[in-house]
Design a protein around this ligand. Structure first.
Ligand code: CA
Length: 232
């Protein structure tokens, strides 16, 4: 089966959204559509696209904010910003916030496919050079491949359990509050119900700890949160 790359199109103007979808599907990409910033972030997490085309002016959360939020969570999906004429300043801010490229409206279908191809090629080179592996003790995680091994045996994880584990392993030996985890993994920007964190930690422990009552990896920091302890 052919492995098509998936592109998330974030654009609130219907006509431009349609044009992008049509152009990219003609060029043999899969597309996913969002028309505001909130939906965009949700779809990045649910659909793990290979690239994001992100309009700057969006309802709810604007493009720059979306970009900032994703990068803050270590989500490195390449982003092409869409700007209108006269948004020069915003374009610069966008690039500073971690966008990879930008296009100014109006653009031609040919420009869209050329830029998408170029950005995907660059990011492909980057990830194949540095395909990240996270390791501690007998636990090995491949974030891009969504794979976890313990003592060389592969374990099954749900999406959120996996995201939580990756976040822990990127912040070894640091005390993380429940609110911090809720924000990083569930993307809650407000004081949400932190019991969801405890439930997922308990699932993680069932899977990776030998003795869940005396965890080696995920330590409870009473009244604060958790700490994922690095192992030699
Ligand atoms: Ca717009």
């Amino acid at each position: 089966m052919e492995n098509k790359q998936k592109i998330l199109i974030v654009e609130d103007e219907q006509s431009i959204q349609k044009l992008l979808k049509f152009t990219l599907e003609q060029a043999n990409y899969l597309t996913v559509l969002a028309s505001d910033g909130e939906q965009a972030i949700q779809l990045v997490l649910d659909e793990t696209p290979d690239l994001i085309i992100l309009d700057l002016m969006l309802p709810k959360i604007d493009g720059i904010e979306v970009c900032k939020m994703l990068r803050k969570q270590d989500i490195e999906t390449p982003i092409i910003m869409l700007t209108a004429k006269g948004e020069e300043m915003d374009k610069i801010i966008g690039l500073e916030m971690g966008a990879d490229d930008y296009m100014t409206k109006p653009f031609s279908p040919r420009e869209v496919t050329a830029r998408v191809k170029a950005v995907l090629r660059r990011s492909g080179e980057k990830t194949s050079q540095t395909e990240s592996v996270l390791k501690t003790g007998q636990l090995v995680v491949y974030p891009e491949r969504f794979e976890v091994y313990l003592n060389e045996r592969q374990l099954e994880f749900t999406r959120k359990e996996f995201d939580l584990l990756v976040y822990f392993m990127r912040h070894l030996n640091r005390v993380l509050t429940r609110d911090q985890l809720l924000q990083a993994v569930w993307n809650y920007d407000f004081a949400g119900d932190t019991r969801i964190v405890d439930v997922h930690v308990s699932h993680l422990r069932d899977k990776i700890e030998e003795n869940t009552r005396k965890p080696r990896y995920i330590k409870t920091m009473r009244g604060v949160g958790y700490k994922f302890e690095g192992q030699i």
